[in-house]
Design a protein around this ligand. Structure first.
Ligand code: ADP
Length: 502
């Protein structure tokens, strides 16, 4: 009973820390970043130096808090892994891309060798493990040396290997470095900017996936870290063509011509000769736009279009009709579903003008509604987005959020979850009932991680989840702006549909 009570108090404390420290830290980090960028006025050279120190130490504090909370949640089994098939080569490349700036700055190069195959694992947690091991390898490597990342398999086990030519680890420490706050040298965390929690976190993640992690080293000559993952040689590959242009035409010459033109303009292309093929490819690869010939043997273009609109995953993909017939030839209500009409014979200029309209059109300034009860943080976020040319509205509680959303029709919602006078869950529930607002993108920006089980109740349109301070204000801003851009693009498509209909 006593132990149970102690555990309960401990997790309560951790969750309080998480909420109470994250929000103010996010404000501090955001304000310092803005001041440091010089956007708010000139800063003296000395002042800038002080700001840089403040920014880098806030980042360090944020990292430490995140690591403590992460480890706590991992070891209490509170984190559910979201497993999916992951291509091993892509995963390694992605991790290297993240570490590349750090490696460049340290004068260390990273070598990877491809591995054909995939694992079923939690993508973000795998990235966390790989980037952690890679950043350690880079940190402890001398300038001019090489870090290598590779994978090999034996039976049903895949083994990742991260090797460096750094100072190495003495034999007596090979085990203990996987314990909390254990370092080879007491000054390591200060000198190398670590928290001493990276390896325990990696170990916890790997073990939860049913794998093992260990280190080998010849002291003075480098270290090699290994970890294993259960592996199925035949696991499915995720799509490599998301965002491609799908060309559907029964004439091979037209397909070839279109493919050449599109690739020449840097588009990734998928082609198919039949409507049935188009529906299947679209579902599997989610292209950003479909070029469709309405006159085909088998399922006609119109039937294909109807099938596309009926299938939930593909219903939003804009369709451009490529036809020898004039626009009036679309039967029934199909005109309303067409994002544009491109006449045959193909005219390159016309084709790309239509494509750009559908994929890259932007209207006047986008509008974001920030729902955040911490006024300081709201102010920082407002400044960030306004600098980027976005119109910002702010609601300090749930009721206000509903009132403002109904009035201004924002393009995107930034939503804190714990709010006075109606929490984030209620706000979303209410917005779902509104025809105009039920599809807008949402960025949930909360002080605590939202459990996967609770996430569906916070989704509206495309929805992203971020935990304050786990993501830097700059990254956060970037992601939100990308989502706004996507949103205004798809709206451009709707405008064209509307034009085509009128
Ligand atoms: P930190 O955040 O301090 O890097 P870790 O748990 O990731 O925490 O690592 C713990 C310690 O293990 C490091 O401080 C360092 O002393 C040692 N270590 C980890 N990786 C390496 C490596 N590749 N080469 C040498 N020492 C390492």
């Amino acid at each position: 009973t006593q132990k149970f009570e102690v555990d309960r108090l401990k997790s309560q404390f951790v969750s309080t820390v998480s909420h109470e420290l994250r929000t103010p830290l996010t404000s501090i980090r955001g304000s310092l970043g803005l001041l440091n960028s010089g956007l708010l006025g000139p800063v003296s050279e000395k002042g800038r130096r002080m700001l840089e120190i403040a920014v880098s130490n806030t980042d360090r504090l944020v990292r430490l808090i995140n690591d403590i909370l992460d480890l706590e949640r991992l070891s209490s089994g509170e984190i559910t892994l979201e497993k999916q098939a992951i291509d091993v080569t892509e995963l390694m490349q992605e991790a290297v891309d993240v570490i590349k700036p750090l490696a460049d700055a340290a004068g260390v190069s990273i070598l990877t060798s491809p591995f054909l195959g995939s694992i079923v694992a939690d993508h973000d947690r795998m990235m966390q493990t790989l980037t952690n091991l890679l950043s350690n390898a880079v940190k402890f490597s001398p300038s001019g040396s090489t870090v290598s990342l590779s994978a090999d398999s034996a039976g049903s086990t895949l083994r990742f290997r991260i090797a460096d030519r750094g100072r190495g680890i003495p034999p007596g420490k090979l085990e203990s470095i996987f314990e909390r706050f254990q370092q080879v040298d007491a000054s390591d965390s200060r000198d190398k900017g670590g928290t001493g929690l990276g390896l325990p976190i990696c170990r916890s993640i790997v073990q939860q996936h049913g794998g093992r992690i260990w280190a080998e080293s010849v002291f003075g000559q480098g270290s090699t870290f290994y970890f294993t993952m259960p592996f199925e040689a035949s696991a499915a590959h995720p799509s490599e063509h998301a965002g491609a242009v799908l060309v559907c035409d029964d004439d091979p010459a037209v397909r070839k011509l279109l493919e050449g033109m599109l690739r020449g303009h840097g588009y990734d292309v998928l082609t198919t000769e039949s409507g049935e093929g188009a529906v299947e490819l679209a579902r599997r690869h989610l292209p950003q736009v479909i070029l469709l010939d309405p006159l085909m043997p088998g399922a006609s273009g119109w039937q294909t279009m109807a099938a596309m609109k009926e299938q939930k995953e593909t219903s939003e993909i804009p369709i451009l009709v490529v036809s020898v017939q004039p626009p009036a030839a679309a039967p029934g209500d199909h005109n309303a579903q067409i994002a544009g009409w491109i006449p045959k014979p193909l005219d390159e200029e016309h084709l790309f003008a239509a494509l750009e309209r559908v994929t890259g059109h932007s209207r006047s300034a986008p509008r974001i509604l920030i729902v955040e009860d911490d006024l300081d943080l709201a102010h920082v976020l407002r400044s960030l987005f306004e600098e980027a040319g976005v119109i910002v509205d702010h609601a300090a509680n749930g009721l206000e959020a509903m009132e403002i959303a109904g009035r201004v029709r924002p393009d995107l919602l930034v939503l804190d979850v714990v709010l006075p006078r109606m929490n984030g869950f209620h706000v979303i529930k209410w917005l779902r009932k509104d025809e105009d607002l039920c599809n807008i993108p949402v960025v949930v920006y909360s002080g605590t991680d939202i459990a996967p089980a609770d996430r569906p109740r916070l989704r509206l349109g495309p929805t992203e989840f971020f935990t304050k301070s786990r993501i830097s204000p700059e990254e956060f801003e970037h992601t939100v702006l990308e989502m706004v851009k996507m949103m205004t693009k798809s709206r451009a498509g709707e405008e064209i549909e509307a034009n085509a209909a009128s």
